[in-house]
Design a protein around this ligand. Structure first.
Ligand code: SAM
Length: 425
């Protein structure tokens, strides 16, 4: 039946909800009679939605489809600040469950016609009298359109208990609205052929209910919740990774910091080699296919970090950092210059993603302090990067367990210095 519409009628119904969500930005949405979760699977991509719940009486159907709601690898690899929590319940819309209260939007797409008329009454009490959402979208077949559907005899589906005309649907919806303090408007999807729209209306009729001001669902919500039974069975729940979760934020930040320190190390080794034989360095870099260090933004940022580190070490009268005098140095000098101390303030200003993720300098320090993969100076003001690790390995020095981190604590920025940076960043 539905292929006579382009896009297919079920897609038009879901698109109607999605357009509504884009316009009205509800944060908590529940889809009653969610079936194969196809609407939920579309809604999960809408960043305004933070809580998405599906309810269906058919638990087997939910179990079959629920994994399609799970996060995909990109959600873990590149988490954003968006938050999304999804739950699926097996249960009947004729029963109350306190977990479904306090939602901004309830949708019920092609569900009510599967209920007996007494159950439609019960459904009305549950949705409008108990859940009390701010907005409700209900769609159901418009029986006036049926004569236009090729080959149809009787109802559109064998499980339908009724199919209403526009007048029947509107009379039910207006009654419910006045009883429970809502206002309602009518529309639909699946237009009739030219010239017949007014006579038969839309193929799927839709009512959009808005809770009237002054009807405060929240007060009622807390009054009797404690006594309410949890009548639905939770089948599936998932939290999408979000940078609002401190553990995830720390993991992403640390990977970014490690990324920059690795770049810095490579660049430092390049500079050293460059000074020995400049032509070889660029050949190696090109062979690795890494254009980054030569000219791109990333290279500029690394060079900025290198400059800061070099300047810093010079100011502290260390052996020069980047190794031009590395040949034949005494062991004590080598140990001192093995590690470079990068003030967190420098890292914060030089690495855009690091600053975006941490927000401010003290937060950056706080997030890095407890991470075992990152070494900070004793006062926590600087990141310690062991630049010579690889060289020493190459030279057969296996005593690298504490390679230089303790030796350079003397050369880190003081906490007081770091605080001076803060107003500038
Ligand atoms: N809303 C979905 C959509 O738009 O694709 C599916 C609609 S399907 C035609 C009707 C769904 O309502 C079925 O999945 C059915 O299991 C569910 N259903 C029927 N009676 C129910 C009840 N009392 N409580 C909850 N779900 C019910």
């Amino acid at each position: 039946m539905e292929p006579i519409f382009t896009p297919a009628l079920h897609k038009q119904r879901h698109q109607f909800v999605i357009d509504f969500v884009k316009r009205n930005r509800p944060r908590k949405v529940v889809d009653l009679g969610c079936g194969e979760c196809s609407l939920l699977k579309k809604l999960k991509f809408h960043r305004e939605v933070e809580v998405l719940v599906g309810v269906d009486i058919d638990g087997a159907k939910l179990k079959k489809c629920m994994h399609g709601l799970a996060p995909i690898p990109t959600d873990y690899l590149q988490p954003t600040y968006d938050q999304l929590h999804i739950e699926l319940y097996q249960g009947s819309v004729t029963q109350n469950d306190p977990r479904l209260r306090g939602f901004h939007l309830v949708t019920s797409i092609e569900l009510i016609e599967h209920l007996t008329l007494p159950d439609v009454e019960r459904f009305s009490e549950v949705v409008f009298g108990y859940m009390i959402p701010a907005e409700v979208i209900i769609s159901t077949p418009n029986s006036e359109y049926n004569p236009l559907l090729p080959g149809l005899r009787g109802f559109r589906h064998s499980d339908h208990k009724f199919e209403w005309t526009r007048a029947e649907f509107q009379s039910w919806a207006v009654k419910v609205s006045s009883e429970y303090g809502y206002e309602v408007e009518f529309t639909g999807v699946g237009e009739a052929p030219p010239g017949q729209q007014e006579r038969v209306g839309y193929c799927s009729q839709i009512a959009v209910f808005h809770r009237l001001r002054g009807r405060d669902g929240c007060n009622i919500l807390f009054a009797d919740d404690a006594e309410d039974l949890l009548s639905y069975t939770l089948l599936y729940t998932v939290n999408y990774p979000s940078l609002h979760d401190n553990n995830i934020l720390r993991r992403v930040l640390v990977s970014e910091v490690i990324y920059w320190t690795e770049k810095l190390k490579r660049r430092w080794r390049e500079v050293r080699t460059e000074e020995r034989d400049e032509s070889i360095v660029w050949c190696q870099t090109a062979a690795e296919g890494d254009e980054c260090f030569r000219s791109s933004e990333c290279g500029a940022e690394i060079n900025r970090l290198m400059e800061h580190c070099g300047r810093y070490m010079a100011e502290n009268q260390e052996e020069e950092v980047f190794g031009t005098k590395g040949q034949g140095k005494q062991e004590s000098c080598r140990l001192q210059s093995r590690c470079v101390s990068i003030p967190l303030a420098v890292l914060w200003t030089s690495c855009p993603k690091v600053s975006a993720l941490s927000g401010n300098l003290s937060n950056l320090r706080h997030l890095l302090t407890t991470d075992p993969e990152v070494k900070l100076s004793q006062d926590g003001s600087s990141l310690l990067v062991d630049l010579q690790e690889q060289d020493l390995e190459e030279e057969g020095d296996h005593d690298l367990e504490d390679s230089g981190y303790t030796e350079v604590s003397q050369c880190s920025y003081s906490a007081a210095q770091e605080e001076d940076w803060e107003p500038n960043v």
